[in-house]
Ligand binder design. Structure first.
Ligand code: MN
Length: 737
């Protein structure tokens, strides 16, 4: 087009031979050494000899395909070689030493990284996914090329997914859509993202996918004519201002059409902006001239203009976006960008790759991918469990961005839904933890205010302020969440240290053992090490948390110190008196907060809500003292509660001022209709209830079953939620589980 070489998409052309790979690699990286590539191919082919893909093809077709994708991304020689070798160490007799001897340390490190990720088995549970993403992110920190190889590997596997058994297809496709496509998007590699999304879509919802394919194809000819008309008009118009850019027009990818239908509850026929046009210019100035020219010819749709050139996305994407009313009163979307911006849009971080600095992202790239560094820094927070991690990572991977300003005019990018607290934490941890409020555009707003693009935010701080657990319900960024959690956890540790030490000493006194004598035991060090305690304090903390009983500690350290008469009856008595003490102590703590045996007052150290019935304020409840685990609260109707020894039962009640939220499970049966999920989640949020987790499955008779974990304050809020959901058309039934 106009004599310019456009940036090639990653081509899905099946590579037949190593010669083809060399040819393709040389197109983007002329310095590639053909002999080394050929050597790597032969090495891999020999290693995989006798192995076959499910399709029946020799195994080598897979590494060859992966290397082809890597070459199309314009990556360096070491990464292409890694593509060829990526499965050798895992699936053949080849060792990392062999790889190092033949191809050097850099390739060995890369293959090692890819192998380590591959050995992690992805399962469909949240927990595993969280753990695995964490490992991926850590690998990414070591060398971003490892993830690029992994993405190429996944893309090739998705391209050949039709050879997999049906059940596996869906699982792999879902995982791709959940993790790999967002990751590609975050790395700015839209060519990968688009193909991964469409392939996942095809295997996850084949009936909808093929229906869309058919509908898009129906008016193909008409649309093609329209595209060439628009391109012709644009060329003519731009020529008048001496511009001769490359212009592309195409249908949007299927998954993005589907998502739009789903989100807005529209039918295919109601989606008017199916076509996207792209203008690729030489300079930034030309981008704005072209924009002015287009707006002069066709009326822009208000609110649809976005200047990502002045305000680049955090994945480095730059472009002008506008939607205009084109010929035949049809809406068309136009993106305008320079060639360099286009390259970055298609290849993202891969376009920045400079292979001179082995394994290191060049300094300027690193600066541009600042989110990546933040991401990595937040990956190592101690004590953060995998579910929390997954939740955080998902927010950061998925959410669209908003741009807000500091009072000095600096821009901060935050995910949609971010609060002033997120903003404060983005500035500095101390600003976040001391934040008492904020002004948005000069007006004081509550902490839970949702920021909008263009807001100017100034944070108010106070030295008396400290983070609270409730803040976790307000913030959305991983950074704020992990900082708040770290603080809350360290406070809980402090509290359980005091409580634990107290309990420990009292219990020893009762048993007639002195703390000194107990800790004099010769193998204290060994005991600490064996139980993973770093210090004596950690023993107290464990007692305070209710993780271990004092008697068990004595048994472990020096059982001879325990009183001799160990017949079952006295033992039970001992337990009972120990339990009394736990309980009295809990009671004492709760009194400090001014309420009687209020379950909230006892704090999370001593109180647990039973998972079987998930009591929430308003429910009638009973408490059971459990050995070494504080008090467990059940609803008084819970059948599990009656299996527990009645002598352990205590009366409990909700305190008046409960402002914490509790989790509760809700099950919804509905017709399987598009848009319903959004309506249900709207119903939740209009009752001010947070969704923690959602699982959806559809049945053969076109019904959908939703399982939600939501956070509510009490039963009356839950009643409101249920009422809201019941009103939705298509919902058959709602119940608390
Ligand atoms: Mn592979």
């Amino acid at each position: 087009m106009a004599g310019k070489r456009s940036v090639e998409h990653i081509s899905a052309i099946h590579l037949e031979s190593i010669d083809q790979l060399v040819e393709r690699a040389k197109e983007l990286s002329p310095n590639i050494d053909a002999d080394t590539l050929k050597k790597a191919y032969q090495f891999s082919e020999k290693a995989h000899e006798g192995q076959f893909r499910r399709s029946g093809d020799p195994y080598i077709t897979h590494p060859l395909g992966v290397a082809g994708i890597i070459a199309d991304l314009g990556l360096d020689q070491a990464t292409i070689i890694t593509g060829l070798l990526h499965d050798t160490v895992e699936d053949t007799d080849i060792t990392l030493e062999d790889v190092k001897r033949e191809f050097g340390e850099e390739v060995m490190d890369l293959v090692d990284g890819v192998t380590k990720i591959s050995q992690m088995k992805f399962r469909n549970t949240h927990h595993k996914q969280g753990e695995n993403i964490r490992k991926m992110i850590v690998a990414m920190g070591r060398d971003i090329r490892v993830i690029l190889v992994k993405l190429a590997d996944r893309l090739h596997n998705m391209r050949t997914l039709n050879h997999m058994p049906y059940e596996k297809q869906e699982r792999i496709a879902r995982e791709t859509l959940d993790i790999y496509a967002p990751l590609a998007n975050r790395l700015g590699i839209s060519s990968l993202k688009v193909e991964l999304e469409d392939l996942s879509f095809r295997y996850m919802r084949p009936e909808i996918y093929y229906d869309l394919v058919q509908k898009v194809n129906q008016k193909k000819k008409e649309r093609e004519e329209y595209v060439s008309q628009v391109i012709g008009d644009l060329e003519e118009q731009l020529k008048e201002v001496q511009l001769n850019p490359e212009i592309q027009g195409r249908s949007k990818h299927l998954y993005s059409i589907y998502k739009k239908m789903e989100q807005r509850g529209l039918e295919f026929e109601q989606i008017y902006d199916l076509m996207a046009f792209r203008i690729i210019t030489n300079t930034v100035g030309e981008c704005y001239s072209a924009l002015g020219c287009i707006h002069a010819k066709w009326k822009p749709v208000p609110g649809r203009f976005k200047d990502y050139i002045a305000l680049a996305k955090s994945n480095n994407y730059q472009s002008l976006h506008t939607t205009v009313i084109g010929p035949n009163a049809q809406r068309i979307e136009v993106q305008i960008r320079t060639e360099e911006m286009h390259l970055i849009a298609e290849r993202g971080i891969a376009a920045h790759w400079k292979y001179k600095e082995k394994g290191q992202i060049a300094a300027d790239t690193e600066k541009k991918f600042r989110w990546l560094r933040d991401f990595l820094e937040n990956s190592g927070v101690q004590g953060e469990d995998s579910d929390e991690y997954l939740e955080n990572v998902k927010t950061d991977l998925f959410e669209t961005e908003i741009y807000v300003f500091t009072p000095k005019g600096d821009v901060k990018e935050l995910p949609e839904g971010a609060s002033p607290l997120d903003f404060a934490y983005a500035i500095h941890t101390d600003v976040g933890s001391k934040c008492v409020g904020a002004k948005v555009n000069g007006k004081i707003v509550p902490l839970k205010y949702r920021l909008r693009s263009g807001d100017t935010v100034s944070v108010m701080t106070s030295s008396n302020q400290s983070p609270s657990k409730d803040w976790l319900n307000i913030v959305v960024t991983a950074r704020a969440k992990s900082k708040i959690r770290a603080y809350v956890k360290s406070e809980e540790r402090k509290r359980s240290l005091v409580l634990g030490k107290d309990l420990f000493e009292k219990e020893l006194r009762r048993l007639g053992i002195s703390v000194r004598r107990l800790f004099e035991a010769a193998h204290l060090e060994e005991y600490l090490r064996k139980n993973g305690y770093k210090s004596e304090d950690e023993i107290y903390i464990a007692v305070g948390y209710g993780k271990v009983s004092v008697e068990d500690i004595v048994k472990g350290l020096n059982p001879d110190l325990l009183p001799q008469e160990n017949n079952p009856e006295t033992k039970e008595e001992d337990n009972q008196s120990f339990l009394d003490k736990v309980f009295k102590s809990a009671q004492k703590k709760s009194k400090k907060k001014g309420s009687l045996i209020s379950v909230d007052g006892m704090s999370d150290i001593m109180v647990r809500f039973a998972k079987c019935c998930n009591p929430i304020p308003g429910d009638s409840i009973v408490g059971f003292i459990s050995r070494g685990r504080g008090v467990t609260i059940h609803t008084s109707t819970c059948s599990k509660a009656y299996e527990i020894d009645a002598s352990r039962q205590i009366d409990v009640d909700w305190s008046d001022n409960h402002n914490q939220t509790n989790n509760v499970k809700v099950r919804i049966l509905s017709q399987d209709e598009p848009g319903l999920l959004r309506k249900i989640s709207d119903a939740f949020s209009s009752a001010d209830a947070n969704i923690i987790n959602a699982r959806i499955r559809t049945t053969k008779d076109h019904k959908a079953v939703f399982h939600f974990d939501i956070q509510v304050r009490d039963t009356s809020q839950l009643a409101m939620v249920i009422q809201n959901v019941q009103r939705i058309k298509g919902v058959i039934g709602v119940e608390r589980e």
